[in-house]
Design a protein around this ligand. Structure first.
Ligand code: PEP
Length: 254
């Protein structure tokens, strides 16, 4: 981590929990992280649970947000939710282009770009996910894949817009598999992403952009991962469903 960038630890609750479970987890996260000031913290509950979580977290230092938004403003898009709905619940963040959205909902770099633009225009902070599949890593295509995801997914944003974007590098082979990228593997890609951003938006914006690592992050591996120069926090799936392990990861930023 670089001192100029405050780390962000984001918990992606995915399609887990129910009203009671989400409320309880939010309370526990709040209690366990109450004195932690070394990172920004947020949780991303499933949409129907956001309002209840918002009630618990209101006025606290723990932010919250959605797991996806429509690129459209509003209208006949059954099942989708828009940025205004998230904002009206008090959300600050939205995850965009998670590999599970790319895989199961056929999201593309182009749709990621459209959603990112919509989030920014609405005042949400987009956490834009990129990452290669195992076959791409094995065939030496990691950087090529990341380059397209970054140049298309964030292409054409203004510097002012990019200054509000968080990037998350999540190698698909490390998500929910228990197989974490080594700190060196993570740093290599994070450094590459920052170089791409410098080429697109200039050194100043690139040096200020938070690039999170995601993929089986736990309290036991978080410190070493976030000790890398270009790793500015974590997007946490499984380990964010326990307040103890989530807080344990936040603690690693201190
Ligand atoms: C994720 O869903 O973004 C993620 C990184 O999951 P996990 O921590 O479970 O690998």
């Amino acid at each position: 981590m670089d001192e100029r960038r405050k780390p962000l630890i984001a918990g992606n609750w995915k399609m887990n929990l129910d009203l009671a479970g989400a409320t309880t987890l939010a309370r526990e996260v709040l209690q366990r992280t109450a004195r932690m000031r070394t990172a920004d913290i947020c949780v991303l509950p499933a949409s129907p649970l956001i309002q209840a979580v918002a009630k618990v977290l209101e006025g606290s230092a723990v932010g919250f947000g959605g797991q996806d938004i429509s690129p459209e403003e509003e209208g006949a898009f059954t099942g989708d939710i828009n940025a205004r709905m998230l904002l009206s619940l008090g959300c600050q963040y939205v995850c965009i282009g998670h590999s599970e959205r790319r895989e199961f909902h056929l999201e593309t770099d182009e749709s990621v770009r459209a959603k990112t633009g919509r989030a920014l225009a609405s005042g949400l902070i987009p956490i834009v996910c990129v990452g290669e599949r195992l076959a791409e890593r094995d065939s030496g295509a990691t950087f090529q894949r990341i380059e397209r995801q970054i140049t298309v997914g964030l292409g054409g944003l203004s510097s002012e817009e990019m200054a509000r974007v968080v990037v998350a590098y999540e190698p698909v082979w490390a998500i929910g598999t228990g197989r974490t990228a080594t700190p060196a593997q993570a740093e290599e890609v994070h450094e590459y992403i920052r170089k791409l951003l410098a080429g697109m938006f200039g050194e100043v914006i690139a040096s200020r952009t938070r690039i999170l690592y995601g993929g089986s992050v736990k309290p036991g591996n978080a410190r070493e991962l976030m000790g890398q120069k270009d790793v500015d926090g974590a997007l946490v799936g499984g380990a964010s469903l326990s307040a103890e392990s989530f807080a344990g990861i936040v603690e690693c930023t201190g």
